[in-house]
Design a protein around this ligand. Structure first.
Ligand SMILES: NC(=O)c1ccc[n+]([C@@H]2O[C@H](COP(=O)([O-])OP(=O)(O)OC[C@H]3O[C@@H](n4cnc5c(N)ncnc54)[C@H](OP(=O)(O)O)[C@@H]3O)[C@@H](O)[C@H]2O)c1
Length: 275
């Protein structure tokens, strides 16, 4: 079965629109990029269109010289008219961590700043990484997570690792296993899981024989195969398990959560300026 995320998407859209209506300021998001590849350019364009639908101002700042990035991020961080800063990934020639720490954590709408990732360790999810948060929101809509065996495939700082922390939080209390390229016998682990989250970026990594019946499978992967976007989970898995679609699954919720973070940030910054 395919998991339909549309009801969750509609609920989030409604909440975002209601919040925007009550705002006294137009939220503004700035995307900072350097030497973007084709997929980054098309991603930014579609993000811009999406933000504009919510009446969010969206500026793309393409840097000419990488050495300017720290100064620019600091300036954007201090600009009271900017509420969210989005840093594209990968950033050639630039140390991403060095760049991230120049962003004001209050404008880190992607939840990538070490401050926000550190806050996650203490259960504070004010700005959680959007994709990890999207997986959690989808799971919370469709199942009770407490006590479930969750196998996450992928240990990146933006998806796998923060997701594991979020699922361990006491109100979710999942038993979490995080896998990576050195994990032995992945199939044994996925077969014993109640929930599998595939975030490896490898098409067809998860096949039918690796999953037991009725497992919830969240497909985070985005891969281009024969000019088509596919996830990490092969098509036939949905014959026996419940799988999120790609495209139109985790990605859809991730984009909405980014918008929600910008709105939240705009509300907070405006309030603080007008105390
Ligand atoms: N839907 C969305 O909104 C969204 C958002 C972000 C990312 N994504 C997609 O999600 C995928 C993962 O993104 P990411 O940024 O987390 O990627 P990443 O930084 O490349 O991390 C990939 C992780 O998967 C592990 N891995 C790769 N091949 C594996 C295999 N055969 N078996 C077990 N583990 C394996 C890697 O292990 P090692 O650590 O050992 O190398 C690594 O930990 C990508 O396809 C990306 O495009 C989707």
């Amino acid at each position: 079965m395919i998991i339909d995320v549309e009801p969750l998407a509609q609920k989030l859209k409604k909440e975002i629109n209601e919040k925007i209506k009550s705002l006294k300021v137009r939220p503004k998001l700035v995307a900072v990029t350097y030497k973007p590849d084709d997929s980054t350019v098309s991603y930014l364009k579609s993000q811009q269109k999406f933000a504009n639908k919510f009446n969010i101002e969206y500026e793309i700042l393409e840097l000419t010289f990488p050495e300017n990035i720290f100064k620019i991020l600091k300036e954007l961080s201090n600009d009271k008219n900017i509420h969210g800063i989005f840093l594209t990934h990968p950033l050639p020639e630039i140390d991403e961590m060095e760049a991230l720490i120049n962003i004001n954590p209050e404008k880190d709408v992607e939840g990538r700043h070490p401050y926000n990732l550190g806050m996650l360790m203490y259960g504070n999810e004010n700005f959680a990484p959007c994709t990890a948060e999207a997986v959690v929101k989808i799971l919370e809509e469709i199942t009770d997570i407490i006590g479930k065996n969750v196998v996450i495939i992928g240990r990146s700082s933006t998806v796998g690792k923060p997701l594991s922390i979020m699922l361990l939080r006491r109100n979710r209390s999942a038993t979490v296993t995080v896998c990576h390229t050195k994990t032995k016998n992945l199939e044994m682990l996925t077969k014993n899981a109640d929930i599998v989250v595939a975030a490896a970026g490898k098409p067809n990594l998860i096949t039918k024989h690796m999953i037991k019946e009725n497992t919830i499978v969240i497909d985070v992967g985005i891969n281009v195969v024969d000019n088509k976007i596919v996830g990490d989970v092969s098509k036939d898995v949905s014959n026996i398990a419940n799988v999120t679609p790609v495209p139109g699954g985790v990605g859809k919720i991730t984009t909405l959560l980014l918008i929600e973070h910008v709105v939240k940030s705009a509300e907070k910054i405006y309030k603080n300026l007008n105390k």
